[in-house]
Design a protein around this ligand. Structure first.
Ligand code: KE4
Length: 423
């Protein structure tokens, strides 16, 4: 297999043979597929095998791969030069477009990844409030900046313990961990750290512990607790932004965050992240204010062209999200029914075009219950599906991403493979 040979070569010169850990297929114990090309809802690997793709580059490909309008925009922009390290009109147009569709977004800064967006938003929150502590949630992933690589501290110690080598204890000491969908755990942290918490950061829909929707009232409760305690609410919308609706989770759930972060979809597949929100907070960012943040390729003209092309289609296609979300809800409902009829202990969590199968018979509402699922069963499911041409995330703790490019036939073939898995 070409993938095997490529993986062999890759491991000699790239840590683990991949440029991002989840791509190594470690948790499913297989050789990763090296992908050569993609079009629409399909990807093709180095051995010429075709798959229906439900990873979509981990979210960006909401229109499917290699959308003609996105490619054309990239080609056109590239002809005028790849990067200037100077202000360009496209960045103004992108900022105006994002602020026009995202509720409460008054000012925004482009960066180059979701990690960079979150790292910068946290710094903005700390700079604006003059406070150091941060609350995050077990099971929520916000990129790999030091302060966010934290494992829940032990029961007694509310302070974060680094979840990675190379992160000094001091970097996570101010990061407190609460339980997703558990407002009381947040209240307790606010009470124990009165007037010290700069912000609460949350994935409005957990999508990095598998998909875990917010319980009724959870996000509103976070808004209330932040207001009562003078803390900022940060929605990490790197996945949910432009995924659930044009206005992201803020629009979908009707809850206003003070800052929000973006990535993935807004880059159309190119390296783009962004953070923004209330003007009074963003005016603290250099060169206007004292909070420093910078980036050589931030607002890159080719990346802006790709993102603008994709977002314009999302904005201008009538009922884009209504159709995508309704089709996805039907698909996930059918998948859940197939697993149930097959007598498989499985729970299917989904919100809009995000979803995932947990092999468990208990509700999955937080990290603890997600971790309780049968990952060996997931491994068998993954292997069966990929052997049958269905490419889902190679980990239980990720999401399936549907796109407008997934045809009725793609979904029928996928459901048929699931039927054969349970039979
Ligand atoms: P990046 O730095 O990978 O662009 O974004 C970090 C990030 C921030 N916030 C959320 C909610 C995210 O989901 C991510 C990254 N998502 C993962 C997929 N679960 C990226 C895939 C990978 O790490 O290779």
């Amino acid at each position: 297999m070409h993938s095997e040979m490529l993986f062999e070569r890759a491991r000699k010169v790239i840590p683990g043979g991949v440029n991002s850990p989840v791509r190594a297929f470690g948790s499913v114990g297989m050789t990763p597929r090296f992908i050569e090309s993609a079009k629409g809802s399909h990807i093709r690997d180095a051995d010429g095998r075709d798959y229906i793709d439900f990873v979509g580059s981990w979210g960006p490909m909401i229109l499917g791969h290699a959308h003609p309008a996105v490619l054309e925009a990239v080609e056109k922009a590239a002809k005028d030069g790849l990067s200037f390290g100077a202000a360009t009109e496209r960045e103004v147009v992108m900022a105006e477009l994002l602020c026009s569709v995202v509720p409460g977004l008054q000012m925004i800064r482009m960066v180059n990844s979701g990690t960079e967006a979150v790292m910068s938003a946290v710094r903005a929150a700390r700079g604006f409030t003059g406070r150091d502590k941060l609350i995050k949630f077990a099971g929520c992933y916000h990129g790999h900046s030091d302060a966010l690589l934290v494992r829940a501290g032990s029961g007694v110690m509310t302070q974060g313990i680094p979840d990675s080598a190379g992160v000094p204890a001091g970097c996570t000491a101010d990061t407190l961990t609460a339980s997703f969908n558990d407002l009381q755990s947040v209240e307790e942290l606010f009470r124990a750290n009165r007037d010290q918490i700069a912000a609460v950061i949350v994935e409005p829909v957990g999508a990095n512990m598998g998909v875990v929707p917010p319980a009724e009232g959870f996000l509103a409760g976070l808004r209330r607790l932040c207001d009562e305690n003078g803390a900022l609410l940060i929605f990490d919308e790197v996945i949910t932004g432009f995924r659930l609706s044009l206005g992201g989770a803020q629009e979908y759930y009707g809850i206003r965050a003070d800052l929000c972060t973006f990535g993935k979809i807004i880059g159309g597949g190119m390296p783009v992240g962004a953070y923004g929100g209330r003007r009074d907070i963003m005016e603290k960012i250099a060169p206007l204010g004292p909070v420093y943040q910078a980036g050589t390729l931030s607002g890159n003209p080719v990346a802006m062209a790709a993102g603008l092309a994709q977002i314009r289609i999302l904005k201008e296609t009538p009922d884009f999200y209504k159709e995508l979300n309704e089709r996805s809800e039907r698909f996930f409902g059918d998948l859940a029914a197939i697993l149930k009829e097959g007598g498989i202990r499985a729970v299917l969590n989904h919100v809009g075009s995000l979803g995932c199968v947990f092999f468990t018979d208990r509700e999955v509402t937080d990290y603890a219950s997600a971790k309780d699922s049968d990952t060996e069963r997931f491994k068998a499911y993954f292997r069966f599906m990929i052997d049958n041409g269905i490419y889902i995330a190679p980990s239980q703790f990720e999401a399936m991403f549907l796109s407008s490019a997934h045809s009725d036939e793609d979904l029928a073939v996928t459901l048929d493979a699931a039927r054969r898995f349970v039979s």
